[in-house]
Design a protein around this ligand. Structure first.
Ligand SMILES: C[S@@+](CC[C@H](N)C(=O)[O-])C[C@H]1O[C@@H](n2cnc3c(N)ncnc32)[C@H](O)[C@@H]1O
Length: 386
């Protein structure tokens, strides 16, 4: 991959240098090699320095990437339409990983318009810097609703209501594995000696067989060199959500596939992606602390973890299917001004077009101890793909 020509501010250059030196220290202490999940964890979440922990601007047009709620209000309006069907199950909402606060602000405004405000809107956000951005956004956009919003520092116990996360699972660190002679091996990160001290990929330890999804246990189905990702922390993350919920629903919005598509023999170089100033590329070893690192979500793995933790898998669909069934086109038509209509049609296009966010983004609906159904999963039911 070509090095990007980016002029860094003094603050960005300092963050990058300090974080690189911290990661080099960890590599040195670990016999010259880190599994990729540890590298990714440090690059994204090192206190004060990691991409989601430092104070540099990330979200929206002037940041690195745009999420569905950052595009405008349609995504949150449709989600609110779906939530009103849950009635009593919707007294409390818990948003995991709230980014800039755009989703919380949009959802609260939409629910207020529908006269369906929750009693409490909880946010679990591990980044202190993003927490303060969320407080700024919500103080500006919904000052009259601030008393309903509570920031948590860990998952609650015995929660009743809706738990949701948009584009959070893709940011949970993953490992890279490669099919080599003799089986699957982990591709981790090492560092050159001084003076260059650049990070580079190195294949090292054998991948534990018991962490492999079933599809990968038959290595003969894949060409030698096939490289992909595993996210060992995703199952425990979902188990913790399931344990926290005593009654209600979990909604996970993210890009990804069921296992057959995820581990398709033709997807031979995985789904690892980085985003910096709206440029997508696949080299996470450069610009540490200054770029987002993600990999697609294996929704079959999440569904399996859900079932083993007493959740019911209610629905799995595309973002387009979910939004269309929850009134996207009617809501878009409500726009009256000509200039607004143009922006709205662009927003609709981005949210549902198959080549944009419509097909690759999915919605997984899980529930516990409730029979109340949520609309959004009948137009395109993809449960069979899990
Ligand atoms: C790509 S951003 C998405 C932000 C927002 N949900 C949106 O749609 O705009 C990922 C968010 O997840 C948070 N995050 C990452 N890992 C998390 C975890 N284990 N628990 C809770 N939040 C997490 C990050 O700090 C960040 O706020």
């Amino acid at each position: 991959m070509q090095q990007q020509k980016i002029t860094l501010s003094q603050q960005a250059a300092q963050i990058k240098a300090e974080l690189a030196s911290k990661i080099i220290g960890e590599i040195d202490n670990n016999d010259g090699w880190l599994p990729f999940s540890e590298f990714m964890g440090l690059a994204l979440y090192s206190p004060g320095l990691g991409y989601y922990q430092n104070s540099l601007h990330k979200f929206g047009e002037h940041g690195d990437f745009i999420t569905s709620p950052e595009l405008g209000s349609l995504f949150t309006q449709c989600f609110a339409q779906a939530l009103i069907h849950l009635k009593d199950d919707c007294q409390n909402i818990l948003e995991i990983g709230a980014g800039s606060g755009a989703m919380a602000s949009g959802l609260l405004k939409s629910l207020q318009k529908l006269n369906q405000l929750p009693n409490r809107y909880f946010i679990l956000e591990p980044s202190a810097s993003l927490q303060s951005q969320q407080k700024e956004t919500l103080t500006r956009d919904t000052p009259e609703l601030l008393e309903k919003i509570v920031w948590l520092d860990k998952l609650p116990y015995g929660f009743e209501g809706i738990i949701f996360a948009n584009e959070v699972v893709d940011a949970i660190p993953c490992n890279r594995i490669k099919l080599c002679q003799g089986g699957w091996r982990q591709v981790g990160v090492s560092v050159d000696a001084e003076p260059t001290q650049s990070f580079y990929w190195q294949v090292r330890q054998a991948q534990e067989e018991n962490e492999l999804p079933e599809k990968l246990r038959e290595p003969n189905s894949f060409e030698r060199g096939y490289t992909t990702e595993l996210r060992p922390q995703a199952g425990p993350w979902l188990a913790a959500l399931a344990e926290s919920l005593s009654r209600g629903h979990v909604l996970l919005f993210d890009y990804g596939y069921g296992q057959d598509e995820y581990y398709h023999p033709q997807r031979s170089d995985g789904t690892l992606r980085c985003f910096s100033r709206h440029i997508a590329h696949s080299d996470p070893l450069q610009l540490v602390g200054l770029q987002d690192i993600t990999a697609h979500v294996d929704f079959s793995e999440l569904a399996k973890a859900a079932v083993s933790n007493n959740l019911v898998v209610e629905g799995f669909t595309t973002q387009a299917g979910f939004l269309l069934e929850n009134g996207l086109l009617d809501l878009a038509q409500e726009t009256s001004e000509l200039t607004e209509r143009f922006q709205t049609s662009q927003q609709v296009q981005k949210l549902i077009a198959p080549g944009q966010m419509g097909e690759i983004f999915k919605v997984l609906h899980l529930s516990k101890n409730t029979k109340v159904r949520m609309p959004g999963f009948s137009l395109q039911n993809h449960l069979g793909k899990l």
